[in-house]
Design a protein around this ligand. Structure first.
Ligand code: ZN
Length: 470
């Protein structure tokens, strides 16, 4: 991009530095090679030999760091160790993240190897992608119990120690919707089992209602009293002609329950290994896991615990806040995920997200996956700002400075706009931060005017004067 130019200088933009407080009305950000070399208020600067980006009307912030995503690597997917996504899906997921301002991404499927981020036969992608590891006996056994078709002998033999030596940046995700009766059961495993048994395709929302009628929100079978609800549900979606209520109950139990105990056992193994290797560990937070999480937090004070998607739809808003506070009091960092609850709202609503943000309990924000339905982090940030839940600097910090602090091995060299940090910038329209104009990764333009670009694209051939005139 900056071929022939010594520095890249972003001028005329507002700046949010990512530290949670600092907003500069008009400021300059100067990059040299892959580093930030200057951030200061004002408009005056030396432009000679510099590649100029005019950010008038825009806000310059650190590149977004998403520490809980799936589907962006070529290895086994999800804590179920399922088959890899097709290459074109992986490319699409990566592009969606990049185009929405993400520059660093932690893929927390947990069972893929670092060399499956970008195998030699696949196309290079500018997004900086890393993996986590959940290679413990119980997590692998839980994956095999529910699916495991993406796991080779090599994956099953990998250890956390080996994964960290090869570059894994965190532990987890411990458990997941697949192994713990969460979202992936609703959109994948339960509908597939019902389709096989009856030939009827059910909507994920129906699958979730059936699951909760049989097992309750906590999977403890406390929905046993909901026989009339179950009957009514089966009637309304045309299942009653195919299955009896007892058969449906058995189908749900057989589909959801087998990996649950193993997966919860895996939580303890992850906590022990995370403590041993002094790396943060991400845990699947939901009503069925909360008791275990609270026990682990109390008995592993040295473990850096991240309560992933603490706004999980299995909670009522009041529960999300109460458990979030209990986890926070025991030293855990609270992550919230956009899922599909910012504007897609296919299955989830924003109540739990709002409740945690308004209670001041969110430390970080990520997307998670939600069956491919995640909304962008900056759309959630913009919503927080518009609803006056948080100031723009505080909202942006959830996906920049805070993530860098909690995940130093992943992002300690970035996430804040200050001299010496990595030159990862996201430049968005100030009146709607989710509208991303430009993205710079390691000093190179990766997105320009909302479009993907590579090093040989039009920016490289445009003179500074033309750029300034854009
Ligand atoms: Zn999860």
């Amino acid at each position: 991009m900056s071929i022939g130019f010594r520095d890249t200088v972003v001028i005329n933009g507002s700046v949010i530095t990512g530290d949670g407080r600092t907003f500069l009305e008009k400021a300059i950000v100067r990059l040299r090679d892959d580093r930030i070399v200057e951030v200061r208020e004002g408009t005056e600067m030396a432009t000679e030999g510099a590649f100029i980006i005019d950010a008038t009307g825009c806000t310059v912030m650190p590149g977004i760091i998403n520490a809980h995503a799936h589907g962006c690597i070529h290895g086994p997917t999800m804590p179920s160790g399922s088959m890899p996504f097709a290459e074109h899906h992986v490319a699409y997921f990566r592009n969606r993240h990049l185009l929405s301002g993400t520059t660093t991404l932690l893929n927390v499927c947990g069972l893929a190897a670092p060399d499956e981020i970008c195998p030699p036969e696949t196309e290079h992608h500018p997004l900086d992608i890393h993996v986590s590891t959940a290679h413990t006996p119980s997590n692998i056994a839980a994956a095999m119990e529910i699916d495991g078709k993406g796991l080779s002998e090599r994956h099953r033999a990998l250890t956390i120690e080996q994964m960290i030596a090869d570059g894994a940046k965190a532990l987890g995700e411990a458990g997941g919707g697949q192994t713990l009766g969460g979202g992936a059961q609703d959109y994948r495993f339960i509908p597939a089992a019902i389709l096989t048994a009856t030939g009827v395709a059910v909507h994920p929302k129906v699958a979730r209602s059936l699951k909760e009628a049989v097992l309750g929100r906590s999977l403890k079978g406390d929905g046993a009293a909901d026989q009339p609800v179950l009957e009514q549900l089966m009637e309304s979606c045309g299942l009653k002609a195919h299955l009896g209520v007892a058969e449906m109950r058995e189908l749900i139990v057989k589909t959801v329950i087998p990996p649950v105990a193993l997966s919860l056992q895996g939580f303890w193994e992850i906590a022990a290994q995370a403590t041993r290797f002094a790396l943060p560990a991400i845990f699947h937070t939901a009503l069925p896991t909360i008791e275990t999480l609270l026990k682990i937090a109390a008995s592993n004070p040295a473990c850096v615990m991240v309560a992933g998607h603490a706004n999980h739809p299995s909670f009522l808003p009041e529960e999300a806040v109460r458990f979030g506070l209990e986890l926070r009091n025991r030293g855990a960092a609270i992550d919230v995920s956009t899922l599909d609850c910012v504007h897609t709202r296919w299955r989830n609503d924003p109540d739990n997200l709002d409740a945690l943000i308004e209670a001041g309990l969110a430390d970080t924000i990520s997307t998670d996956f939600a069956g491919g339905d995640w909304d962008s982090i900056l759309s959630a940030v913009q919503r927080m700002v518009t609803k006056r839940q948080l100031s723009a600097p505080a909202a942006v910090a959830l996906a920049t400075g805070n993530v860098a602090r909690i995940f130093p091995q992943l992002a300690g060299d970035r996430g804040v706009l200050e001299t010496g940090r990595r030159a990862d910038l996201t430049i968005s329209e100030s009146h709607n931060l989710s509208r991303v104009r430009h993205v710079i990764i390691k000093g190179e333009v990766a997105v320009w005017n909302g479009g993907l670009i590579d090093g040989s694209g039009p920016v490289a051939r445009t003179s500074p004067a033309e750029i300034t005139a854009l």
